[in-house]
Design a protein around this ligand. Sequence first.
Ligand code: SF4
Length: 456
Amino acid sequence: MFFDTHAHLDLPPLRDEEEAVVRRSRDAGVSRIATVGIDPESGERAVSIAHRHTGVYAIIGLHPHDAGRLSDTLLARLEALSRCDKVMAIGETGLDFYRDLAPRDTQRAAFREQVRLARRRGLPVVIHDREAHDEVLSILAEENAAEVGGIIHCFSGDLAMARRALEMNFLVSIPGAITYKGSEKQVEAVRGLPLDRLLIETDCPFLAPVPHRGKPNEPSYVPLVAAKVAAIKGVSVEDVARTTTTNALRLFRIPVEEEVRVTYRIRDSLYLNITNRCTNACTFCPKRHDYHVKGHLLKLPGEPTAAEALAEIGDPTKFDEIVFCGFGEPLLRLDEVKEIAAELKRRGARVRVNTDGLGNLVHGRNILPELAGLVDALSVSLNAPDAQTYARICPNRYGAASFASLLDFLREAPKHVPKVSATAVALPGFDPEPVRRLAESIPGVMFRLRPFDDVG
Ligand code: SF4
């Protein structure tokens, strides 16, 4: 199910066929739409539309083009409107130095006032930015917009700008323009950003994606944006739909019942989350902040039995591979891993285990012979070229002994498991080459660099 996070359903021609537009969206799998008012009158229409349809929400504000209308009375009107239960954010506001339809100082004043309004109301703020990237980010920083966060709508910047926005608690929303020729900068940004911080939008009736370019846009076209993002990121359209929808629901604080499952699918792999316990307390671990991975909630209410995990997997041959991973160290539950893997192999599946490689220390013996014939691939988190660095970024109760044990594990693993890789997370400022050299010096071990902020 898709969430179009930026539409203007109150503008022509969409407003003339509201029912049909919403129906076509539903038929295309677009179950949620945020419709954005560009001034108080448009905001009132957006709220009315939102009240008429389940899954449609309103965003209200004063567009930079209309910043000349800014007054205390108008701001009071917006603030009153923002109290409607279907209003999820303030905007779109910001700076448009491309069309310059309002004096720049007036745009700046209207922008600052709306960030303040968003903070007073505790609502995220939706940003319009054309040819004003640096100044938009400066004003967001000066006005402490990070307190409420928000969306850089219709993103037109580059990867560096996007990363600065992410640091300020903003999500980046990708429009249909990503399907146009000449959008290489935005494609590069999408490639470099974690899917967990992206949204998709149409900005309809403008900017229809290919092959509708030049015609009126509408929310039913947002799957075309998702398809382009999926192609760039090398994931499935379902992955993009689920992740961006979850991102939007959480940003707008729309309550939904989230299902916690032991198994979760990304691309054509099925992942098994059998524990949230870890040997390590890695400094970069995403679960320190959040238990979501690509739209899946991985916070387990309790650890599943092997039978429960197998029941949830069903037919494992439907997937490229079954991966013991999740937010925890699977080999802490060695007996369950062996029982589940044995059954998966019996049913013809390919099995991979992602591990911190400290299983021999934890169990006090060499556990690798026990995995022979059950596991096709091991992905071992090496992360550091030496014991000192490892102890700093992957602290655990075994102290100095852990890195030596991890290297022993890697040396032993290829004797029992056909495919073994050592991985490192590309932390900011980190030089992966010494880790690569160390990994590749071990016979039978390959090296893989993992992105820092994109899990799964
Ligand atoms: S091993 Fe993985 S899940 Fe555990 S703390 Fe480290 S990064 Fe997090």
